[in-house]
Write a protein that binds this ligand. Sequence first.
Ligand SMILES: Cc1ncc(COP(=O)(O)O)c(C=O)c1O
Length: 388
Amino acid sequence: MQLSEMQQWLAQRRDQGLYRQEQLLQPLPEGQLSFDGQTLLNFSGNDYLGLANAPSLRQAFADAALSVGSAATGSPLVTGFQPAHAELCSVLCDWLGVEAVLLFSSGFAANQAMLSALVASDELLLLDKYCHASMQDVLMHGKLRFKRFPHQDFQALGQLLVKAQDKAVVVATEGVFSMDGDITDTQALLALLSAQQPLLLDDAHGIGVLGEEGRGSWQHCGAKATQLQCLMANFGKALAGQGGFLAGCRDVIDYIRQQSRHYIYSTALSPALCQAMVHSIELCRREQWRRDKLAENIALFRAGALAEGLPLCASLTAIQPLLCPDNGSAMLWSQALKQAGIWLTAIRPPTVPQARLRICLSAAHSPAQIAKLIGALIKTRPAATGSN
Ligand SMILES: Cc1ncc(COP(=O)(O)O)c(C=O)c1O
C-alpha cells in the first residue's frame, strides 16, 4: 500500500472517532493507576483477583528470573520446553483435571491453534456471534466452513444442529463473554450436543474467578473439563501473567501439537514467567478470599448502580458493561470520568456492536472506591444514556 493511502485512511479514522492509541499508564497498588501525573481508580483492567500486585507473586517472578532465566531460547519443540514449562503443564493438569496441556505465547495464539487444528475441512463450525477476535479471525482465512449463531441463543444453535443433520459439527464459545460479562451455561450447552459434537471453550475471563479453586466457568456450571474437547484459557487476566494454554485429553493435545503452526514456529514462553505462573495458580487455588472479595464488590456495585438507575446489563461477573447510545456519548462519559479520577475506557464498534463503558471490577478494589465509581458515573453521565 502507498504511504499516501495509509495517511488518508488514518485521517478518516480520526474523523470518524475510531482512531486507536495507547495511553502511557503506570499501574499502582490497590486498583489505581497514574496517568499524566494524576492518580486514578482503575476500572478497566482484568486483574480480577488483585494478584498483579501480590508481593509474593512479584517475588516469585524475580526469583525465577534469577534461577531459570528469562529466555526460552527457542520454540517448544526445539529448546523451549524446560523444567519450568513441564512443571506449569503438570500443575495445570492437576488443577483442571485434564490429561495434557500445551502452552502458547498468548491466548490469541492458543485460540487460533485450537480452531485451526480441531475443525476439519469437512466439518461445520458453529460459533457464538460475540466470540473474541482471536476466534473470528480464523474464520477470515477462508479454510473453515462456519455459521455464527446469535449470542447465547441456544434455540438458534439447536436449529442449526438440526439443519446440519449428518454433517459433522464442532461448537465453539466463550465461558464468560469479554465485552458483556454473561456466563455461558456450559452444562445446558453440552446437553444440546451429541457425543460426536465436540465443544471448544474459551475461558479467558472465567479462569481463576469462577468455580471451585477458580477452575473456571465450566465448573461453575456443573460441567467437567473432560466433557470439553478442548479448553482454552490464558494467564494474562486473573492469573496476572501473560500467555495462554490449551487443555484436553492426551490425544487431542498431541494432535494440536503436531498440527499447530502457532506452537511449532513460535518462541516458547519465558521460563521465569512459567515458574511465576505456578506460584500464581497456587495462590489462586488457596486464597478463596480473593474470589469472595470480588463477589462482594460485584454485589456492592450492582446494588448501588441499580439503585441509582444506571443502565446495567444482566452480567453477574466482574465485567459490568454500561451501554451507551453512540460512540460520542461513550467517549464523552469516559473523558468526564477521567476528570473525576476514574479510568474507564470506552469500547466502541467494531470491537462491540454497541458502544459501552466496560467496568472491570477486582478484588483489589475497596468498598469506598466502588462508592466513588458509582458517584462519578451518576455525576458525569451524559443526558442521552437514560436509565433502566
Ligand atoms: C475472550 C478472550 N479470548 C482470548 C483473548 C486473548 O488472550 P491473550 O490476551 O492472552 O492473547 C482475550 C484477551 O483479550 C479474550 O478476552
